[in-house]
Design a protein around this ligand. Sequence first.
Ligand SMILES: Cc1cc2nc3c(=O)[nH]c(=O)nc-3n(C[C@H](O)[C@H](O)[C@H](O)COP(=O)(O)O)c2cc1C
Length: 223
Amino acid sequence: MGTDLHELLRSLRVWDVELPSFDPASAPAEPLPLFTEWFAEAVAAGQSEPHTMSLATADEDGLPDVRIVMLHGADADGWAFASHVTSRKGRQLAARPYAALGFYWPAQGRQIRLRGPVEVAPAEEGQADLHARSTGALAAALVGGQSEVLGSVEELGRASDEAWDRARREPDAPAPTWTLYRLRPEEVEFFQGDARRRHVRLVYRRTEPSPEGGGWRKELLWP
Ligand SMILES: Cc1cc2nc3c(=O)[nH]c(=O)nc-3n(C[C@H](O)[C@H](O)[C@H](O)COP(=O)(O)O)c2cc1C
């Protein structure tokens, strides 16, 4: 007997847990401190994998694409993530260096989305970031070939075994295509879900596009 997808869907709920309240009037002037506060609260609330996020890019034709990546950091320079420059997303970012990020933390009914230009960090910085991570992260980066057609599962097994051996022997092994990217947001939206569907949406928009920073304008949005 097959699963009744629609019945299952109807049985599921969102915003069915006790949700925190969010007073946008008390929000800071810039988005980074609020992101950091919400991130820490997500960790404290036991949200699983709060450091994973959707990364949306567009290809040369402007067609959208999305996948999950890990957040490597966030500071005045932007939100950092890493991948292979030769991967599908790497090629898309080379063609259109602009992306969106999305976080969803259901433990608290919170969503954060960001949009902005993406820059490639200097290669040494990308490699240092990789070498400060786990052996598994280095092994994964050393395997390479990301987004290319794989001939067989055995082929991946052999490449992965070799990559793990090398990562253990040579913790500073270079992974030449592995690249650190930074998204410098022009817009950051904080969404606090509410059981009565009076969700709070607070958006920060950068008022000046200069690389020196500049201020932020805050606005509420209808949910
Ligand atoms: C939880 C999770 C974390 C991931 N983190 C990364 C990451 O940090 N970098 C990365 O390149 N791929 C990561 N991936 C794999 C990507 O989702 C994706 O499959 C891969 O990067 C290829 O994407 P592309 O073909 O669009 O380039 C992660 C996947 C999951 C499910």
